[in-house]
Design a protein around this ligand. Sequence first.
Ligand code: ADE
Length: 241
Amino acid sequence: MNYHILTLFPDMIMSTMSHSIIGRALDAGKIKINCINIRDFADNKHNQIDDYPYGGGPGMVIQPQPVYDAYESIILNNNINPRVIYMTPQGKTFSQDIAKDLSKEKDLIIICGHYEGIDQRVIDEIVTDEISIGDYILTGGELAAMVLIDSVSRLIPGVLGKEESFIEESFSNNLLEHPQYTRPYIFRNRKVPDVLLSGHHSKIEKWRREQALKITFQKRPDLLDKAELTKEEEGYLNSLR
Ligand code: ADE
């Protein structure tokens, strides 16, 4: 996957994404992040890319020309015509389903806005998808873009290691995760559940699955509508109800 990010703060993205699993994926060439500084496409000697809003009001608006020229440089240099995502609180709320859908693309352009926003005409001209990461307002689109990149990238084959993808598979059924324990056996008077020390694999699996069902039922019952359950699991869920 090649991410092409239009931003005023490329360092913010590159310095954050160079760690842990995503950093490893970048080093291994499984994903590429190409940050394009919108300011490099300013058409004036002061490198100004924003201006006062027509009609008045507070703040500044990013002008359409530098955003369009930055976009055009990406599609011409790479000979691509990818989906163009604008990170905005007005967009569709990001979800695991959207992450799965986006992970199938070869290239994505992501636009990060700032100030009061971006001139509507360039959004109308080039954007294919508007995405929000939740009902709150950030100071800019960069953090939102990084949330998207992180969750899309971990779905790309080879980004997660063998053990990590196994964890992914076992939790990708619309259930919340069962609790995990490690040493010591007793912590501040709290013991690890005995079944986990039994060495009985099928009992452990059953307990974990029941815990996942119970926690989902208690914390996010809305998710259960989409979960695929066996007859036995339905029975367990009914006993909780
Ligand atoms: N930009 C500012 N707030 C945002 C949000 N909640 N989601 C995506 N982009 C944003």
